[in-house]
Design a protein around this ligand. Structure first.
Ligand code: UN1
Length: 513
């Protein structure tokens, strides 16, 4: 790994003492069990961190709640200035952080850089937004009265994020939460804890340079049990959780049980509809990047191609041909397209999906398999696979976080394809490839795609931060990132002011004393 500059990157990111059990970052109060982080790239130990104990957690929450008291008083545009500086630091450390993301998570270096770019983009977005936390003014029905609404900071925001976007998802939440006047407590995935430390260090530098308490950004480490400290904690009004639907249901019930808010961004089962009027070349690029990018471990990864029978063979052959060109290997080596899966458990799930689709009657058209030998020592490298399947197969209904693409056939109208697409439990991202205006508009209409993201002539993955990101049904309904997603990070207040010497009641009620 040294060849690819990992040691230098860790140094740039301030990750210290990486092998003695104390991969300490800034503001790390953890004293619990040791969590080891092994790279799926080469199987080497990257570092160890300590899990956060219940007692450590109390210390963290004290830092957070006390920081909130000062942070919320700073004018929002000044908070925006802090986020601007944070974005600048990310620009300086983009290569180092992109490299660590690639090494700890396994996505290609290009995608690691892309993830840091998403962080920079959300910072820029948040800076502008810090002057636009607008409420409305309304006309009161009573004379001499003024009515308006305002948005106030919410408090401590708990963030639970997944291994697949180990740094960007945190920033989508923090950049907005910070300009909104909130402070954040983050539990990164226990599979990518070193990325968490690197991010915390960058944030801590900015806070220190501005004489602000580091409690504005807090880090906790551990598995779901540590996440539970937050979901059960009444001091945390909002939990933003990204991960599996199974996890999301537990979080939603726990947080809902105390009437807290949750922002959930869960699984997808994303499809591209390929109509008779599709541009085949564009379809191939969108489908292949969508299916094998991040080794199929994006929540927006393309899982299903729903192809019209009149172009089915043509599309199938074009996609199968493109798969022959894929190079699988060390993701830090820029000539490779596909890196490893996150760990051996993910490899087992991939194998299980391939066995299952065959057992259900599917037909493998691009053979899968686990790679071994030189360069593949970690045991996490798999071949992207394609299977012809039926929409109703159990495995096709299920999100497998791996590069397995299902080819499904439809005939007749685009409505039939939309039915197949919508007929799954998840509702994150969707796409149609067509040059037919009528089909495109039907896909986007109220009777069209039921997903949170619906694209025309673009694949399912690679959303920009300017739009609200998230989905419906078992995807959890939350929206992060752009548009008005900021509103969930604030509390809304309606204010009515009477500047007369009378006290008229609303609805014209008479109450004479
Ligand atoms: C995720 O996989 O959790 O649209 C997020 C995309 C990225 C974000 C994916 N911008 O693929």
């Amino acid at each position: 790994a040294t060849d690819f500059g990992i040691d230098k990157a860790l140094k740039t990111l301030g990750v210290k003492d990486i092998n003695d059990g104390t991969s300490t970052g800034s503001n790390n109060f953890s004293n619990g069990d040791i969590i080891e982080s092994y790279s799926p790239v080469d199987g080497q130990l990257i570092g160890k961190v300590k899990a956060t104990t219940k007692e450590d957690y109390q210390v963290v929450m004290e830092a957070a709640t006390s920081a909130f008291k000062t942070w919320r008083l700073m004018p929002a545009p000044q908070r925006g200035e802090i986020v601007r500086q944070f974005g600048e630091k990310l620009r300086e450390k983009k290569e180092a952080l992109g490299k660590l993301v690639s090494y700890e998570m396994g996505k290609s270096y290009q995608e690691g850089l892309g993830e840091v770019q998403e962080m920079i983009d959300i910072c820029d977005f948040a800076v502008g937004l810090s002057r636009q936390l607008h409420g409305l003014t309304m006309h009161s029905e009573r004379p001499g009265h003024r009515m308006y609404e305002q948005y106030h900071p919410l408090g401590v925001v708990g963030i639970i994020s997944a291994f697949n976007f180990p740094v960007a998802v945190w920033s989508w939440n923090t950049a907005l939460a910070w300009i909104c006047g909130d402070v954040c407590v983050w539990k990164p995935s226990e599979k990518t804890p070193i990325c968490g430390i690197a991010c915390q260090n960058i944030a801590a530098e900015v806070f220190a340079e501005n004489n602000l308490p580091e409690g504005i950004s807090c880090l906790i480490n551990g598995d779901y049990k540590v996440g539970e400290y937050m979901t059960k904690d009444k001091r945390i009004p909002l939990i933003s959780a990204t991960g599996s639907t199974r996890m999301g249901k537990i979080v939603a019930q726990e947080v809902g049980g105390r009437l807290g808010k949750s922002l959930l961004e869960l699984g997808g089962n994303n499809a591209i509809i390929v109509t008779p009027d599709a541009d085949i070349k564009m379809t191939v690029i969108g489908a292949v990047f969508g299916a094998v990018g991040t080794a199929g471990q994006r929540c927006t990864s393309t899982r299903r191609l729903i192809i019209h029978d009149s172009v089915y063979d043509k599309v199938k052959h074009a996609v199968v041909d493109a798969y022959k060109q894929l190079r699988i290997g060390n993701p830090l080596d820029e000539k490779n397209h596909v890196g490893p899966l996150i760990d051996i458990d993910a490899v087992a799930m991939y194998n299980n999906a391939l066995n299952k689709v065959v057992a259900e009657g599917g037909n493998i058209v691009v053979e899968g398999g686990v790679l071994s030998g030189e360069g593949y020592e970690s045991g996490c490298y798999v071949k992207p696979a394609i299977a012809e399947a039926k929409p109703e197969f159990e495995i096709v209904q299920h999100e497998t976080f791996a590069p397995v693409l299902y080819l499904l056939k439809y005939s007749g109208d685009v409505e039939n394809a939309i039915d197949i697409q919508n007929n799954v439990a998840q509702g994150l991202s969707s796409a149609i490839m067509t040059n037919n205006l009528r089909e495109a508009e039907r896909f986007l209409s109220q009777a069209g795609s039921d997903c949170g993201i619906a694209n025309v002539n673009i694949g399912t993955s690679g959303a920009e931060i300017g739009g609200a990101f998230g989905g419906e049904k078992e995807t959890g309904g939350g929206r992060e990132s752009g548009s008005d997603a900021w509103k969930i990070y604030m509390r809304r207040q309606t204010n009515t002011i009477n500047y007369t010497t009378e006290l008229p009641l609303a609805q014209g009620i008479k109450f004479d004393l």
